[in-house]
Design a protein around this ligand. Structure first.
Ligand SMILES: Cc1cc2nc3c(=O)[nH]c(=O)nc-3n(C[C@H](O)[C@H](O)[C@H](O)COP(=O)(O)O)c2cc1C
Length: 138
């Protein structure tokens, strides 16, 4: 089984900063070594990250992310396990709102943050559209 996790947080650095590139390179290297995949989106000073990993690796990466001083106010939106991955082959895809807006996508679907399940489904659909042009995995 694959465990997955979606959270949002307040970003304390911006995609244009060199430190952000270093952070992402380090994350991708670690992810590749531990068979972790996912999608990281930055918009308007917020991070949204979907991360998925084989059950055995769980604690390690979660600890790095939670401990990072590059963001704060981390809020978990969903935590699940699934038979397959959403972002197979992506050691950490990156989306930036200059190119595609998550907030516009979510609003266009009529999703509100009140219904958590809908909200999570919309965020995931957005991420899927960005990597494969469709909101269905596989
Ligand atoms: C938004 C965000 C996403 C991250 N994603 C990953 C990740 O996918 N895999 C990973 O190993 N570490 C991840 N990290 C942790 C960083 O790679 C790095 O270990 C950490 O940011 C270093 O701590 P610092 O930000 O306090 O300098 C992430 C950190 C942040 C802020």
């Amino acid at each position: 089984m694959i465990n997955n996790w979606l959270y949002k947080s307040t970003a304390l650095l911006a995609p244009k900063e060199q430190k952000f590139r270093l952070l992402l390179d380090q994350a991708r290297l670690r992810n590749a070594n531990m068979d972790i995949t996912g999608y990281l989106h930055w918009e308007d000073g917020m991070f949204y990250q979907w991360i998925e990993w084989p059950a055995a690796e769980l604690q390690i990466v979660e600890r790095f992310i939670v401990a990072s001083t590059s963001h704060k106010d981390l809020t978990v939106l969903s935590r699940n396990s699934a038979p397959s991955r959403q972002f197979s082959g992506w050691s950490m895809a990156l989306g930036i709102s200059d190119e595609a807006s998550l907030f516009s996508f979510v609003a266009a679907r009529g999703t509100t943050t009140v219904n958590q399940e809908d909200y999570v489904a919309s965020i995931l659909a957005f991420m899927n559209v960005q990597v494969r042009g469709s909101d269905h995995p596989g």
